[in-house]
Design a protein around this ligand. Structure first.
Ligand code: AMP
Length: 195
């Protein structure tokens, strides 16, 4: 099963992808995590991506398509994966379809986590305050200002995926503001229905 999880930043994609990895043994392919790892490791990719990510803009399609293509060749992706934060543009979605097709696979389901933007911004502001109070460093792109830019980028570049996957008959929508266990249950029901 190859599953795309998408939705605005802070919608809970990462949380749900991690739960799917635990419960369904589907590897989580998070391009955000891969890029952050490259930054920590100080690779050329990381050095090029850092300023773009700190602003909340998108890293180029070619770069993220390249890292996903490499990751998909690893053996743990043989029976499927959860794509978390990828694709984020139509060009990425088309490239992913081509990549999977070349491996004799396809996207089975694309789940959109629907959320309320104002609540997301409020939650994010609270999370940043709590982290600072606890002596931790919040992510540079988690400040309320950058989050607003990330939301704009989402609606401009990523929301067109709704129509893309609807046209392929693969789109399902889940209410992402529900408590985490309820969102997990809704996703599980969709996966069971699809397999
Ligand atoms: P995320 O952890 O998925 O919220 O991603 C954090 C940041 O990494 C994004 O705001 C982008 O700057 C970059 N990024 C992650 N995935 C992609 C992608 N598929 N395409 C372009 N940029 C990405």
């Amino acid at each position: 099963m190859n599953l795309v999880l998408f939705g605005p930043p802070g919608a809970g994609k990462g949380t749900q992808a991690k739960l799917l990895m635990e419960h369904r043994s589907l590897p989580q392919l998070s391009t955000g995590d891969m890029l952050r790892r490259a930054i920590t490791e100080g690779t050329e990719l990381g050095r090029n991506a850092k300023a773009i990510m700190d602003r909340g803009d998108l890293v180029s399609d070619d770069i993220v398509i390249g890292i996903v293509a490499e990751r998909l060749n690893q053996p743990d992706c043989a029976s499927g994966a959860v794509f978390d934060g990828f694709p984020r543009t139509i060009a990425q979605a088309e490239a992913l379809d081509r990549l999977l097709q070349s491996l004799g696979k396809k996207i089975d389901l694309a789940i959109e986590l629907k959320v309320n933007d104002e609540v997301l911004i409020e939650r994010s502001a609270n999370r940043v305050k709590e982290m600072i109070a606890a002596g931790q460093n919040p992510r540079a792109d988690d400040t309320p200002e950058t989050l607003r830019n990330r939301l704009d980028v989402y609606y401009r570049n990523t929301a067109p995926l709704i129509a893309y996957y609807r046209n392929q008959g693969k789109l399902k929508t889940v209410h992402g503001m529900a408590p985490i266990p309820e969102v997990t249950k809704s996703i599980a029901a969709l996966l069971d229905g699809a397999s």
